[in-house]
Design a protein around this ligand. Structure first.
Ligand SMILES: Nc1ncnc2c1ncn2[C@@H]1O[C@H](COP(=O)(O)OP(=O)(O)OP(=O)(O)O)[C@@H](O)[C@H]1O
Ligand SMILES: [Mg+2]
Length: 317
């Protein structure tokens, strides 16, 4: 996976994040004085990457034995956390000179308020020999007493220039052909989330050169699930939401109207309560209108409205 292969391991290799890098480098000069750290920011902005790099910088070759990483996929009950941290922190292995042990709590905002309150006490209990690095999307989702014990670093989305340059350098290392326009498109469609950008880039590269056509194909197939969601909104009667999703699929992701019609047909056929015979007739009608050159957005919007009628009939039945 390119997201792992090209994940920078050192502060000096980070793309941008200059503010965080310079503040962290200053703290790392005297690691014994380092406070706990809290990294906040949107998905794919490099929080976890930075947390691992800081850990590696502090612990050097000993990171494996002196750091504990707990992420959202692990059991997050506070008793489990306490138990694991306790076992980890109470090792008195002092063969090597490391300033402290590091506990990395990734996606700490997934913890309940009560769990965070308990975490705060754990942090106090073990703070002599242990530092915590927490990551979260928003600082506000972390309770105040924890925030106030941490130095907070706010990560922002990567800029277009950073993303396009980084993707270009990955393509060159992978000896993949690409166009600048295609990389700009990957940036637009992934909204500054570098993880998503790298994943989609790799997917596009796996079907051929990274040009705009292949990038669109990848994002369209990634959007297949949105069609299903849109159909569900329509059938449930949330016409406005369905309509917004349609506009996004058509104009942002450039899904063609014929593909959309095909997907809507598949998803509506599976929707509960929809009269299949009626559906077939309606689909045939819209298929015909589109072939005749009717306005695609108007037609597909009307189709969503028809799906709502099916939904209401199913409810009454
Ligand atoms: N500063 C950076 N320079 C170059 N690549 C980076 C940088 N930061 C992150 N990346 C790349 O982006 C990917 C996603 O970053 P990361 O997992 O750190 O994001 P995150 O902020 O933790 O996201 P989430 O909130 O979803 O967990 C990494 O796998 C890495 O390949
Ligand atoms: Mg992360």
């Amino acid at each position: 996976m390119w997201v792992e292969k090209y994940r920078p391991a050192k502060l000096s290799e980070m793309v941008n994040q200059a503010d965080a890098v310079s503040r962290l480098s200053a703290l790392l000069k005297k690691p014994q004085d380092m406070p706990h750290l809290l990294f906040t920011g949107p998905p794919g902005s490099g929080k976890t990457t930075m947390a691992s790099a800081v850990t590696a910088e502090i612990l050097g070759q000993y990171w494996r034995d002196f750091s504990l990483e707990l992420n959202a996929s692990d059991e997050r009950g506070i008793d489990t956390i306490r138990q694991r941290i306790k076992v980890f922190a109470s090792h008195t292995d002092r063969r090597v000179e490391v300033p402290f042990r590091v506990v990395l709590l990734d996606e700490a905002d997934n913890m309940t308020h009560d769990a965070q309150t308990a975490l705060r006490r754990i942090m106090e209990e073990f703070s002599a020999g242990t530092r915590f690095i927490l990551t979260a999307n928003y600082a506000s989702s972390i309770i105040e007493p924890i925030q106030s014990r941490c130095a907070i670093f706010r990560f922002s989305r990567f800029s277009k220039e950073d993303v396009v340059n980084h993707l270009g350098s990955v393509c060159r290392k992978e000896k993949t052909r690409y166009t600048e326009g295609a990389l700009a498109l990957v940036y637009e469609l992934s909204g500054g989330d570098l993880r998503q950008a790298l994943n989609q880039l790799q997917a596009a590269a796996s079907i051929g050169p990274v040009d705009e056509q292949n990038v669109k194909r990848i994002f369209v197939s990634a959007k297949r699930g949105s069609v299903k969601e849109m159909v569900q909104h329509a059938v449930r009667g949330d016409f406005q939401k369905a309509r917004e999703m349609l506009a996004e699929l058509l104009f942002v992701y450039g899904v063609s109207e014929t593909d959309l019609l095909k997907y809507i047909n598949e998803d509506a056929s599976e929707a509960k309560g929809v009269d299949q015979a009626e559906l077939a007739k309606v689909m045939a009608e819209y298929d015909y209108r589109l072939i005749q050159g009717a306005h695609p957005e108007i037609q597909l919007t009307a189709l969503l409205a028809e799906l709502g009628v099916f939904g209401r009939k199913a409810e009454r039945a």
